[in-house]
Design a binder for this molecule. Structure first.
Ligand code: ATP
Ligand code: MG
Ligand code: MG
Length: 291
């Protein structure tokens, strides 16, 4: 049982352990106003939240309440705490898209691709057959090679999303989804996430469809490459919702460039596969409902 509770949150006289399913410990704090959390400031992410507060997607993202300086002088974004209206919620973070690094991170890694022994070691720990004969001989791989390969060990490259973490209302949690790859494995994880709350499934499907319909008309979505962003699923006995979070790696598209978020990614075309992930999530949840 893994527990990741960086702090206790207080809201409407209730005190509850806040849940963080991804990112560095220390990136989040309780907010100064009730029902808010603080996330370490990243200027790119702040810019996204500012645009999103004026976009059609606004109902699907946490409300952004501006910058806050903590006692230790660090800058934070003050965000709506998406857990505050729930009683002992079940929470799941799904990272959306067919890759989780930026085009520029890949091209930077390609500039002087040194052979990396540490990355080779990580690779064979997961799959001894992954390296080529050459790579085995060198006992090393290059960083760009490792970056592209890493997206294929989970469902990211094939389904356009992966599970980052799940916490159930009984307190049990798991972040051990790095190699959860097949549709069947994903389905099992979703069934477990929903167990005891079957009535929540149609709510999630409805919310995912509303998100897809809104993405289709969102100016923000038309003009941004959305990388490393997640959908946060939250439910308890009585209600359920899904929000778009984490825009630290979401960047404006180069001028004149348009993507459809669905076409295959090729180096340089900026496609993120965001809608591949949304469509697969909807299909899988619909299959679970039919089962
Ligand atoms: P990474 O880039 O590794 O995914 P990060 O530091 O950018 O992490 P986020 O992904 O934004 O951080 O958030 C990490 C976790 O914190 C989420 O998985 C979720 O559990 C929780 N979280 C983030 N924002 C909120 C919010 N507004 N309300 C409730 N929970 C949140
Ligand atoms: Mg994240
Ligand atoms: Mg992030």
């Amino acid at each position: 049982i893994v527990q990741w509770t960086p702090f206790f949150q207080t809201y409407k006289k209730q005190r509850y352990p806040w849940v963080q399913l991804a990112g560095h410990q220390g990136n989040f704090k309780a907010g100064p106003e009730p029902g808010t959390v603080l996330k370490k400031l990243c200027p790119k992410e702040e810019e996204c939240f500012q645009i999103l507060m004026q976009d059609l997607l606004r109902p699907y993202v946490p409300v952004y309440k501006g910058q806050v300086t903590s006692e230790d002088g660090e800058l934070y974004l003050q965000l709506q705490d998406l857990l505050s209206d729930y009683v002992q919620p079940c929470v799941m973070d799904c990272k959306v898209g067919v890759r989780t690094y930026l085009e520029e991170e890949l091209s930077k890694a390609k500039e002087k691709p040194k052979l990396r022994k540490d990355m080779y070691d990580k690779m064979i720990q997961i799959d001894g057959h992954a390296p080529t004969a050459e790579e085995h001989a060198a006992k090393a791989v290059t960083k760009p090679r490792y970056m592209v390969w890493r997206e294929t060990i989970s469902s990211t490259a094939t389904l356009g999303f992966r599970i980052e973490g799940i916490k159930k209302s009984d307190g049990t949690s798991s972040k051990d989804f790095k190699t959860t790859k097949s549709r069947e494995q994903i389905k099992l994880a979703f069934v477990e996430f929903l167990s005891g709350h079957p009535h929540i499934l149609p709510r999630y499907i409805q919310r995912l469809r509303a998100i897809r319909a809104t993405l289709a008309v969102s100016e923000f979505f038309q003009t941004h490459e959305v990388i490393g962003s997640s959908l946060l699923f939250v439910h308890d006995q009585t209600h359920a919702s899904i929000w778009l979070i984490d825009f630290a790696k979401t960047v404006e598209l180069p001028p004149q460039l348009r993507i459809d978020h669905y076409s295959a990614w090729k180096v340089g075309n900026h496609e993120d596969g965001y809608l591949i992930g949304i469509n697969n999530l909807i299909d899988i949840f619909v299959e679970l409902q039919a089962a």
